[in-house]
Design a binder for this molecule. Structure first.
Ligand SMILES: Cc1ncc(COP(=O)(O)O)c(C=O)c1O
Length: 392
């Protein structure tokens, strides 16, 4: 069989691939601690589960909904924005999708023509580049470094801009670095994008998961003009521990939102009906569990960060949000005689049974990603083993 050029050129999601490898070894009876997946380890809160059960029992979950989502869910997003973003949107500015990942895909498919360029601050979340390529756009990577807390500047964006630049992808708090742009930094970036008529794709999925007094500012909240230039991507996966339910959404100007719904209408149709009912409860019900989960992540961050910083050769910037550490392991690799990060993480997995994700899929081949979306005992034991590995 001859597969398409499109799929042959596509990268497999590095996070999903490493997680699968760890699961296989576990199934073979190996003692594996996996710090790979970007998935909260808490069960979906009870009130959300119950709303889903009620929707099934009431016979509401059996049918298609409007492709862009249940009116009640859009209304919940409208209220959520009034509360957390500080501005009012209309229901026709919301389209719900099968996960934020699919919202992102419909965005790129809606705005990019072949050869259009999209700027991606690097390190970046694994799927942006490949989704842009699927839409026949060109990902242009703008390198951020540890010295600048993994944040890019307007000067760097300007240096990367061409007359083909159509989109800027912003993900703050960031997966994988956990860094958050300040309001001032975002305002400068937003005004630069406005000046050059570049659309902003604001992936705000980790906006509720910020720690130690750090705050999340949505770029779309900074001015009316910037808001009109921005499509916000958000969802319930990370803040409500609902990764398996697959509900994300996009908020923007009605024209782009309608275009994104059109693509969903010819691909997935509506996101699963029962999951939409669960998402309504997530957004409108008690928010106590969200805060409890946030506090648990914060405790893990503050406990594990100093331990990780003591692992020989691991150099780590303290994250401000999300739930990942992204240490630079250049020195660690040198100490152990590795030049390639995949060989390095494979050795860690084989010798001490700790699964990490290599940084190359995030555009950072000297880094590894550790997710702290797992319990403290597992995290402490994993760091102990990493230390063992390095000291051997
Ligand atoms: C930065 C970022 N955006 C989007 C997503 C996709 O989230 P969802 O589960 O809603 O598809 C993820 C999930 O890992 C993510 O890390």
């Amino acid at each position: 069989m001859k597969l398409s050029k499109r799929v042959l050129e596509m990268q497999e999601s590095v996070t999903l691939a490493t997680a699968a490898r760890a699961k296989t070894l576990k199934a073979q009876g190996r003692d594996i601690l996996s710090l790979t997946l970007g998935e909260p380890d808490f069960p979906t809160p009870k009130n959300i589960q119950e709303a889903a059960v009620a929707a099934i029992e009431d016979g509401k979950a059996s049918f298609y909904t409007v492709t862009s989502g249940l009116p009640e869910l859009k209304a919940a997003v409208v209220e959520y924005f009034a509360k957390h973003y500080g501005y009012r949107i209309q229901p026709n500015q919301v389209t719900v999708a099968t996960g934020a990942k699919f919202s992102l895909y419909t965005f790129f498919m809606s705005v990019l023509d072949p050869g259009d360029e999209a700027l991606i601050p690097t390190p970046y979340w694994v799927s942006y580049g490949d989704q842009i390529k699927m839409a026949e756009g060109i990902p242009v990577f703008v390198q951020a470094t540890e010295e600048n807390d993994f944040k890019i500047s307007v000067e760097q964006l300007e240096a990367a801009r061409t007359d083909k630049t159509k989109v800027l992808v912003l993900n703050s708090p960031s997966n994988p670095t956990g860094m958050i742009y300040t309001a001032d930094e975002l305002l400068a970036i937003g005004n630069w994008a406005l000046k050059h008529d570049i659309m902003i794709l604001a992936d705000d999925i980790y906006g509720r998961l910020v720690y130690n007094g750090n705050t999340f500012t949505p770029i779309s909240s900074l001015s009316e003009e910037i808001r009109k230039q921005t499509v916000v991507i958000n969802g319930v996966s990370k803040s409500y521990s609902m990764t398996g339910w697959r509900i994300g959404y996009a908020v923007g100007e009605p024209e782009i939102i309608a275009a994104m719904s059109k693509i969903a209408g010819q691909t997935t149709s509506n996101p699963t009906t029962v999951a939409q009912y669960a998402a309504i409860e997530a957004l409108t019900g008690s928010q106590d569990t969200v805060e409890n989960m946030r506090l648990a992540f914060e405790e893990r961050l503050n406990t594990i960060y100093p331990l990780l910083a003591q692992v020989p050769g691991f150099e780590v910037v303290k994250p401000q949000g999300a739930f990942y550490f992204f240490p630079n392991v250049k020195k660690a690799m040198e100490m152990k005689g590795y030049t390639d990060v995949t060989a390095f993480t494979t050795a860690i997995l084989e010798e001490v049974g700790v699964a990490l994700v290599t940084g190359d899929g995030f555009g950072a081949p000297e880094n590894v990603r550790l997710s702290y979306a797992t319990d403290l005992d597992t995290l402490k034991e994993a760091i102990r083993r990493l230390k063992d590995f390095m000291e051997k």
